[in-house]
Design a protein around this ligand. Structure first.
Ligand SMILES: Nc1ncnc2c1ncn2[C@@H]1O[C@H](COP(=O)(O)OP(=O)(O)OP(=O)(O)O)[C@@H](O)[C@H]1O
Ligand SMILES: [Mg+2]
Length: 228
């Protein structure tokens, strides 16, 4: 489903002095749930941005759902992202001026899904993330856990092949984080989506089927058991 080979990346702003990702290869199978760990600054968010087509690697290749991401340029890359990728961020990143319903429906709106179909999906997803009556609320009227549940619906509603979550429970207390994470894993499983979750939490990582560890610009543990 996803295959990345020999990825390299350095931030242009850093003058290519510091190569964040030196040689990263990984393979995710369809429907697989994988955790990505590594110390702060090890390049986890950078890797997610490459896999999600937000940044372009300096070298290497990324194949997702049959497309070679590294050969796409704008506007094809934007279209690819809209169709095939769902993002969940630590800071929720909901649009404050849009209601819960409008935030959730944004991916469908961008893909030009007819309004009637959008409305049908909306109620299903409000219920799926246990917010059946909150569609007309604004993000600042919700708790952190509720906002992240909206963000989960927004990431999954267009049925992307790959869901990338960057520390999705990092801003939540432990109990809320566990509930939100359960929902994310359960819904991704129901939708048969491939899920890559960045986390600092061993409990979160253990919820995944496999753990990858990023260290010194390389993934050391793909397919192997992590030793702490
Ligand atoms: N926009 C940027 N410009 C220059 N350097 C950057 C930029 N963003 C990140 N970096 C650097 O790239 C490296 C990797 O950053 P990244 O955000 O991917 O780490 P991370 O593993 O996600 O860390 P954390 O766990 O703290 O979120 C760090 O050294 C960071 O300082
Ligand atoms: Mg990060």
């Amino acid at each position: 489903m996803l295959k990345a080979n020999h990825l390299r990346y350095a931030y242009p702003e850093a003058g290519h002095k510091h190569t964040v990702l030196q040689d990263v290869s990984l393979e995710l199978h369809a429907g697989e749930h994988v955790a990505l760990m590594g110390s702060s600054g090890s390049g986890k968010s950078t890797l997610l941005n490459l896999l999600g087509g937000i940044d372009t690697p300096a070298g290497g290749e990324i194949m997702i759902a049959g497309s070679n991401l590294t050969q796409l340029r704008e506007p094809q890359l934007t279209l690819f992202r809209r169709q095939h990728i769902g993002f969940i961020y630590q800071q929720f990143n909901l649009i404050p001026t849009l209601t819960v319903a409008e935030n959730m429906l944004l991916p469908l709106e961008l893909l030009g899904v007819p309004r009637q179909q959008q409305q049908q999906r909306l109620q299903q997803w409000l219920e799926a993330v246990q917010l059946p009556t909150r569609g007309s609320a604004f993000p600042d009227q919700l708790s952190g856990g509720e906002q992240q549940r909206v963000a989960i619906a927004r990431a999954l509603i267009h049925r992307p092949a790959l869901v990338l979550a960057d520390e999705p429970t990092g801003n939540l207390d432990a109990q809320t984080g566990t509930l939100v994470l359960d929902l994310l894993f359960t819904l991704a499983e129901r939708e048969q989506q491939t899920l890559l979750v960045v986390t600092h939490s061993k409990a979160v990582a253990e919820r995944a089927g496999r753990i990858l560890l990023l260290r010194d610009g390389q993934l050391h543990t793909d397919g192997q058991t992590v030793t702490w």
